[in-house]
Design a protein around this ligand. Structure first.
Ligand code: B1M
Length: 212
């Protein structure tokens, strides 16, 4: 890895958005390709964050800072990546289900997935099954991600899967669910394709779904 890319990875790990932007611009000025900057600067930084988060060596506020630094750099790179026709890893439609206002974990999942190269459309919170259906038709995602933090709102995940089935869209998408009260057995029960217990595992699962 060139020195500037290793500094960029460090900026992401340390959650330093200003450095992440400056170094991304410097790398572009030095003639590095946007894809190279993404794959060998930003991604290794975010991968490291995922490993440390899973190991309990980094905590939510630090991970959020890293994700924001990654996103700031991605704001610089994204138009160039799109212009250059670079393929994203896949498209994820994300939302917190109906009746549920908790979005911190969902936001973290979205940022980490963006960091891993996915195009993420975040619908926000309190998203009804029919709104997921409409958004699937419009955005055509590879993965639908749902988050719930309340035992009372978890059931809306099942309702959303049913609504996708009824709209004939279920086979077009993988459904990934998560949130504190959610378990693998609940995912199995409602017919989700997978469950992730934290943001780093959500990235792994999304990559597995996308075959990357
Ligand atoms: Co609320 N709340 N809350 N709350 N709140 C909990 C969830 C609760 C456990 C607190 C408690 O009583 N001990 C409890 C739920 C009990 C239950 O259902 N069993 C609770 C309650 C009861 C409520 C209210 C009903 C309180 C009231 O008004 N009486 C109310 C409900 C409002 C509503 O949603 N309709 C309410 C309101 C709120 C606030 C608005 C004040 C605020 C939310 C602010 C916000 O999100 N913008 C809030 C908060 C902050 C919490 C706690 C304290 C923290 C949640 C959080 O952000 N954790 C929470 C108690 C706790 O967890 N200690 C609590 C940090 C976050 C990073 O973790 O969301 O678990 P988490 O996300 C993780 C994983 O779960 C996973 O990855 C994330 C990152 O590793 N993950 C996914 C999450 N989504 C995923 C999706 C995936 C994959 C992985 O794939 C798509």
């Amino acid at each position: 890895m060139s020195e500037i890319l290793s500094e960029l990875a460090t900026a992401v790990i340390e959650g330093n958005s200003d450095d992440a932007i400056d170094l991304t611009e410097d790398a572009l000025d030095d003639g590095l390709e946007p894809q190279n900057i993404l794959d060998n600067g930003l991604m290794p930084g975010m991968d490291h964050v995922g490993v440390e988060f899973r190991a309990g060596n980094m905590f939510v506020p630090e991970v959020l800072r890293s994700a924001r630094a990654m996103q700031s750099a991605m704001d610089v790179l994204k138009p160039l990546l799109v212009e250059g026709g670079v393929e994203m890893a896949g498209k994820i439609l994300l939302g917190t289900v109906k009746g549920d206002m908790h979005d911190i974990g969902k936001n973290l999942v979205g940022m980490m997935c963006e960091g891993a190269g996915f195009e993420v459309k975040d619908m926000g919170k309190n998203i009804a099954p029919e709104d997921f259906v409409t958004a699937v038709k419009e955005f055509n995602p590879d993965i639908v991600g749902m988050s719930a933090l309340l035992t009372t709102t978890m059931r809306s995940m099942g309702h959303t899967i049913k609504a996708l089935q009824e709209a004939g869209l279920r086979d077009q998408v993988k459904v990934m669910i998560g949130g504190a009260p959610v378990t693998q057995s609940f995912a199995d029960k409602i017919g989700a394709d997978g469950y992730a217990s934290n943001a780093a595992s959500a990235v792994d699962l999304a990559k597995q779904f996308a075959g990357v």
